[in-house]
Design a protein around this ligand. Structure first.
Ligand code: OAD
Length: 252
């Protein structure tokens, strides 16, 4: 690991334009479940088709709204981990920095990141399912997921929906365009904690590689991004990102 960490740190230290691209794995050590991990992942325990699609919401808004409110409540009970904090610091050291996340929690923001590009939306930006008017956040429920009737839009009365991207829905175009632009111009893109399975988000690290930038991957497991990565740092991000930050700063 030392050799690969040194190689990654040299890439980061000499990069002018740095992008960090994250998935659920960066929040795992905060206690937020990932999606596809055996036994603990959300999609291992719940059926995505019954919870994360527009059809599911139309069919049973209370089931879907209750599940996302449970996920929001969970996100509020946990804290950013050293990986989130190191990511903020690594970007602060760069001349030009962009943080792109697939995550819908607010842990990057709570770790001091600003201007975060949320490709899949956020648990903290509910909106009207009909007129898209932003809605206020209600007090988060406690306990396990249960059915909660979504509140009505105060303008048109339609049910409020989570501000997240569901399967079959387009990603917010402004976020995706900005993310592709940042990835295309990046000297280094650090991909952290993503299985690289869900497109178009999974395309982001590949854009950097295609444009000649260096991709560094941080993940305890191999992923389809392995061949795209210049350096693969195998391990948990709460350990690796702080080590990468230390190694990339000039030794005092
Ligand atoms: P996944 O659950 O698919 O993948 C999580 C990745 O994090 C896996 O590759 C794990 O090996 C890795 N991982 C686990 N613990 C880690 C740790 N401590 N440090 C670093 N990596 C760790 O989650 P995503 O790739 O984020 O989209 O999933 C992408 C999208 O699929 C999500 O945004 C969501 C989901 O369906 C929508 O719902 C639209």
């Amino acid at each position: 690991m030392d050799e690969t960490l040194r190689e990654a740190a040299d890439l980061v230290a000499t990069a002018e334009r740095v992008v960090i691209f994250t998935g659920a794995g960066i929040s795992a050590e905060s206690g937020v479940p990932t999606f596809r991990e055996a036994l603990t992942g959300l999609w291992e325990r719940f059926d995505a088709a019954k919870l994360a699609t527009p059809e599911a919401f139309d069919e049973d808004p209370a089931l879907v709204w209750g599940w996302y409110e449970w996920r929001r409540a969970l996100a509020l009970t946990v804290a950013p981990n050293p990986g989130h904090i190191a990511a903020t610091e690594i970007l602060a050291d760069a001349g030009h920095a962009t943080l792109i996340t697939q995550n819908v929690d607010d842990l990057h923001e709570r770790a001091g990141a600003t201007g975060v590009l949320h490709l899949h939306g956020s648990l903290f930006t509910p909106r009207c399912s009909a007129c898209a008017r932003p809605a206020a956040l209600s007090p988060a429920p406690d306990g396990e997921p249960g059915r909660i009737t979504p509140p009505p839009c105060d303008r048109c009365g339609a049910p409020i929906r989570p501000g997240v991207v569901w399967f079959g829905e387009a990603l917010p175009t402004d976020g995706l365009e900005a993310a592709v632009e940042a990835a295309a111009n990046a000297d280094v893109l650090i991909s952290v904690g993503t299985s690289g399975l869900v497109y178009p988000a999974a395309e982001i690290p590949q854009v950097t590689a295609r444009m000649g930038g260096a991709v560094i991957q941080v993940n305890p497991e191999p992923t389809p991004l392995d061949p795209v990565a210049r350096v693969n740092l195998r391990g948990p991000s709460a350990e690796i990102l702080p080590a990468l930050l230390r190694q990339s700063r000039p030794s005092t």
